[in-house]
Design a protein around this ligand. Structure first.
Ligand SMILES: [Ca+2]
Ligand SMILES: [Ca+2]
Length: 168
């Protein structure tokens, strides 16, 4: 195999996955190009797209619909200006929020008071489709960071992502 394969192995799995999804990120042409292995590592770690129980658009129901982001690095990441978007283009923009190293934040759909561990979109309608949707996270330069799909878009990597929903 060529030397680019060796270089590729040094990239983290996350970086490779991101590169595969955007499809536009070129791997280093030579070993002289650094692979920048220490990029910020914030990922969508969980999605509860189907709020448990009846979806009645109440604040309580909307806030049981959420997305969690985890900072897998040790360093605090400033999420100011980052966006979280659904397939319809409904967008939540982070406002002066800093996610500490190894920390997880839950972004609820409904109204509420933001804390270090919980943020609220203040929406009056659900944002994540129960059947099929994609949550996409982009940074303040509108660059792809991570996404998570479910339903018919599911890319088939093992178990299903049923947001804690139980069938009755
Ligand atoms: Ca939903
Ligand atoms: Ca439900």
């Amino acid at each position: 195999m060529s030397s680019s394969t060796v270089t590729a192995r040094r990239l983290s799995a996350a970086a490779l996955a991101a590169a595969a999804i955007v499809g536009a990120v070129a791997l280093p042409a030579s070993a002289a190009d650094h692979a920048r292995p220490d990029r910020t590592k914030v990922e969508i770690s969980a999605v509860q797209y189907d709020s448990p129980g009846r979806d009645d658009r109440s604040r309580r129901s909307l806030n049981k619909e959420w997305v969690e982001l985890t900072n897998t690095s040790r360093r605090t990441v400033n999420l100011d200006g980052w966006t979280l978007k659904n397939e319809d283009g409904d967008t939540y923009t982070f406002d002066h929020y800093r996610l500490e190293g190894r920390a997880t934040v839950r972004i609820h759909t409904g109204r509420g008071h933001d804390t270090d561990s919980d943020l609220y979109m203040d929406r009056h309608n659900e944002v994540w489709d129960n059947y099929s949707d994609t949550a996409t996270l982009r940074n303040d330069h509108d660059r792809f960071v991570d996404d998570e799909s479910w339903g018919r878009h599911h890319r088939g990597h093992g178990g299903r992502h049923h947001g804690g929903g139980h069938h009755h």
